[in-house]
Design a protein around this ligand. Structure first.
Ligand code: HEC
Ligand code: HEC
Ligand code: HEC
Ligand code: HEC
Ligand code: HEC
Ligand code: HEC
Ligand code: HEC
Length: 353
């Protein structure tokens, strides 16, 4: 997990934006910026006033190289009604820093370290440094039960609200008080959803509509209740593969899946399951089971983590994008549904809804 938060005075190269591109939203100078925030998909710019930082109302889309507005409005982040409209009255302490630092202290408004340090996943380290040989002096997520293990990642990778809000009159958007090894549900609830409703957070079937909802998605998956964790597929300490995957792309899936695996998919060969030639884009597990439907920034979307196959019938009824016509862009949903009807090894009933 790279350095999202960087001080541009010590890291001048941290600015990924192009100041010569048109920016009708908010003009600022490099020297005004106390922190640049983001390195993969989007970058935001913070100024400091007193103890607190504030995000400027503009962001850089790293993928498309354009400036975009940044100002959460009503119907977007849940906390908007609890804060003034003025960006300089929306401090990052309660709204952001709890997930982008180590030990954000809500009383002193200070951190011990910026970005995702060891302690965010392993708990406080001082006891471990004092008696490193002592079992349990540090949390190893791999030794936790599946709920607590996944909670280590879900504390940051989800859309949630603390149960204790407001705390001393302030609304927080992160899991205040949670430590690895705890049950996260004692501190927060995941953003609620009603089936059929399409909103900022969810598609009508409850799939993530927005980025940073891997946790909201994954807890609905059959894999989750079978003990698979985020770190079954991702190595949080770093990897040569995109997105910290332990094995690249679909090779990750084939670690546990295959035609003769009790985990499925059923059928004699993978081709019988995918109905596409081996090695072609349509045979890629991720393309059909993790379509890019969660909005990160602008038109760029990240992968669904429910692992559910979304039928074209759901697109017709509810407008949720399905993997078939997201790739076969010139074909209709009716066409895709008709093709699926010919797949004799799958149940047609399940494609109806
Ligand atoms: C984003 C979460 C995360 C961060 C940050 C993180 N770790 Fe880990 N660490 C894990 C998980 C999950 C495991 C267990 C799964 C695994 O081995 O990959 C683990 C396992 C380990 C292990 C192996 C323990 C064993 O018994 O095999 C060591 C050692 C370790 N981490 C050290 C560190 C150090 C040092 C840092 C900081 C530089 C760090 N980790 C940062 C999540 C994290
Ligand atoms: C303290 C908050 C926090 C925790 C805990 C955390 N993450 Fe992250 N994670 C982040 C942030 C912030 C980024 C964005 C990194 C960037 O843009 O460089 C990120 C990025 C990622 C990425 C993708 C981008 C990349 O860096 O290549 C993966 C995959 C990921 N995290 C997996 C995990 C897993 C698995 C765990 C649990 C073991 C975990 N994270 C725990 C905050 C967290
Ligand atoms: C509940 C935890 C949480 C909160 C609160 C949070 N973030 Fe993040 N943030 C993450 C995680 C996890 C990621 C990486 C995964 C993703 O974006 O889907 C991320 C990614 C980012 C990125 C993009 C990183 C990149 O490399 O492109 C930026 C910029 C960012 N956050 C800024 C903010 C700002 C500004 C706020 C407050 C308004 C905020 N975050 C609040 C957890 C959080
Ligand atoms: C079964 C494997 C698997 C599990 C479990 C899993 N992921 Fe992923 N994740 C992937 C794959 C595959 C990608 C897409 C990688 C690619 O195509 O580059 C991905 C992408 C991501 C990304 C980058 C944004 C995106 O979607 O492109 C983040 C962040 C992430 N996962 C976090 C998590 C977290 C947090 C959990 C647990 C709540 C989790 N993942 C569980 C396989 C998994
Ligand atoms: C660590 C092992 C592991 C990995 C890696 C893994 N899976 Fe799974 N998967 C499982 C298990 C276990 C089940 C439950 C099987 C059963 O029903 O008994 C499962 C079930 C599934 C299901 C059926 C879910 C349902 O709703 O019926 C799908 C689809 C799936 N996995 C897709 C994937 C994809 C796509 C990848 C790669 C991104 C992947 N899996 C990687 C272990 C894994
Ligand atoms: C062209 C699209 C497509 C591709 C590619 C694809 N699947 Fe599927 N998969 C489906 C459909 C459709 C279903 C049935 C969904 C249902 O009935 O709800 C399914 C169901 C599954 C199931 C659950 C049922 C069973 O047969 O056990 C698993 C597990 C699974 N797929 C794993 C994978 C893996 C692993 C890969 C990569 C090798 C993969 N799939 C590639 C479309 C695809
Ligand atoms: C990631 C891209 C991708 C996805 C997802 C995908 N396909 Fe394909 N599909 C292709 C490509 C590429 C071909 C041409 C393959 C070849 O012959 O090499 C193809 C071929 C086909 C064909 C035969 C040729 C034709 O156009 O009549 C059918 C039918 C088909 N796909 C249906 C589906 C259905 C149904 C789904 C959803 C379950 C789906 N595809 C998902 C890329 C995709």
């Amino acid at each position: 997990m790279a350095n999202v938060v960087q001080d541009p005075r010590s890291h001048p190269q941290a600015f990924l934006c192009d100041f010569s591109k048109p920016n009708p939203y908010y003009k600022f100078r490099k020297q005004d910026v106390a922190f640049v925030y983001g390195s993969h998909w989007k970058q935001r710019y913070f100024v400091k006033r007193g103890n607190q930082y504030y995000a400027l109302p503009v962001q850089w889309d790293i993928v498309h190289h354009v400036w975009l507005k940044y100002h959460p409005g009503l119907g977007e982040d849940w906390w908007v009604p609890y804060y003034p409209d003025d960006p300089m009255k929306r401090p990052t302490g309660p709204l952001c820093d709890g997930c982008h630092s180590v030990n954000y202290n809500i009383t002193t408004e200070t951190v011990t370290e910026w970005n995702v340090g060891c302690e965010r996943c392993h708990g406080p380290g001082s006891e471990h440094i004092r008696v490193p040989w002592k079992q349990g002096s540090i949390v190893n997520p791999a030794r936790l039960d599946f709920v607590r293990a996944n909670d280590v990642c879900i504390q940051c990778h989800s859309q949630l609200r603390p149960l204790s809000n407001p705390i001393h009159g302030i609304y927080y958007d992160w899991a205040v008080g949670y430590q690895p090894g705890d049950r996260l549900s004692d501190y927060v609830r995941l953003e609620d959803h009603q089936l059929g409703v399409n909103n900022f957070f969810y598609w009508p079937d409850g799939s993530a509509h927005k980025n940073r909802e891997q946790g909201n998605d994954f807890v609905t998956s059959v894999m989750y209740v079978h003990g698979v964790t985020c770190f079954s597929c991702h190595d949080p300490h770093g990897s040569e593969n995109d997105n910290l995957l332990i094995k690249p792309g679909s090779a990750m899936c084939l670690e546990c899946h295959g035609p003769r695996s009790p985990n499925g998919p059923r059928g004699e060969t993978l081709e019988a399951h995918t109905h596409h030639p081996p090695g072609s884009p349509g045979s890629d597990c991720i393309a059909c089971h993790m379509p890019q439907i969660a909005t990160e920034i602008g038109t760029f979307r990240v992968h669904s983590h429910t692992f559910r196959f979304i039928s074209p019938a759901l697109t017709m009824k509810y407008g949720i994008p399905n993997p078939c016509t997201s790739c076969h862009k010139n074909k209709s949903n009716e066409w895709a549904l008709e093709q699926l009807g010919k797949w004799q090894n799958e149940s047609p009933w399940r494609f109806e809804r």
